[in-house]
Design a binder for this molecule. Structure first.
Ligand code: ADP
Length: 285
């Protein structure tokens, strides 16, 4: 890995002993440093190389937009039977009201594509996330987000209730989602654990599940596990206000993540998915 880092940077790299960064949600993280350059490295089993390649491409796409700070990826590869991704190490822990993150996220969402999806599939948590380019947003969400997670739920045996509610929801889908947003560049997995601040208080986002989609899906996820605070939402709205229909669609968008958690962890997320689907079907009348 050190050799690969040296090659990628164009100068030999001989790190001191790595320091463990503890585990993230999915991977083992270490910091590698030779006293001059510092790298953040994530490790996982060999079969996860593809996941890291997609993460590197996602980080690059977000960084290239130049709207919000993102660790620059350096390389991905295999060492001692393990897959790795190496990226810029950014000391996190700075303070911020959240306002700058709101402003800069709105600027990121101004970067748009011609269609919904992305150039490749990637991963959300540890689940595959399909991103086939699709012209219509409702079609994209129905097939590649909600539909895909429901298929996973069937494979994982999450129960008849989820299947029955899921089928009804898939039928009612167009009526619930009468909406034609622009394809915005999204982080894709933006909960509180994937936003930090550098030592100057600049927001930094990492661990993305990048694709082009409705920006409301991103904002919905920021509200899912605790919220980002009033300053964040006020600043976002000041740059690009959300449509009034957002509140209705929020549950729809977050159902994707809760179903994904049900697929990854089971437990209480299965019941929560069912309740969210019942609520959405009740709104239909
Ligand atoms: P996982 O993919 O396992 O969830 P993350 O990418 O979320 O791992 O990283 C785990 C933690 O490491 C983050 O919560 C953050 O505190 C820190 N971190 C992530 N990226 C960097 C980076 N480039 N530089 C320094 N610290 C980072």
């Amino acid at each position: 890995m050190s050799h690969h880092i040296g090659e990628a940077c164009g100068t030999p790299f001989q790190p001191k002993a790595p320091s463990s960064m503890g585990g993230g949600c999915i991977n083992t993280a270490i910091r590698l440093s030779d006293g001059i350059s510092h790298w953040f490295v994530k490790l996982n089993q060999a079969s996860r190389l593809d996941m890291f390649e997609a993460e590197a491409e996602g980080l690059r796409e977000l960084a290239d937009a130049g709207a919000i700070r993102v660790p620059r990826p350096l390389c991905t590869g295999m060492a001692d039977g393990q897959a790795y991704i190496v990226m810029e190490y950014i000391p996190l822990g700075g303070n911020s009201s959240g306002a700058r993150a709101g402003e800069q996220l709105a600027a990121l969402h101004r970067h748009q594509a011609e269609a919904f999806g992305w150039k490749r599939d990637n991963t959300i948590g540890s689940t595959r996330q399909p991103n086939h380019w699709t012209a219509d947003w409702v079609d994209f969400w129905r097939r590649h987000r909600l539909g895909f997670q429901l298929e996973e739920a069937a494979r994982n045996g999450l129960g008849h209730n989820i299947q029955r509610l899921g089928e009804r929801l898939m039928e009612s889908f167009p009526a619930l989602m009468d909406h034609a947003p622009a394809p915005s560049l999204l982080h894709g997995d933006l909960w509180g654990g994937n936003l930090g601040h550098d030592d100057r208080g600049n927001p930094v986002i990492y661990d993305p599940a990048t694709y082009y989609g409705d920006r409301e899906a991103e904002i919905a996820m920021t509200e899912l596990f605790g919220g980002f605070g009033k300053a964040f939402y006020d600043a976002y709205d000041a740059v690009w206000p959300l449509d009034s229909g957002y509140r209705t669609r929020r549950t729809f968008y977050n159902l994707y993540h809760i179903l994904n958690h049900a697929n990854m962890f089971g437990g209480g997320y299965v019941g929560q998915s069912g309740r969210m689907m019942e609520q959405l079907l009740a709104e239909l009348g």
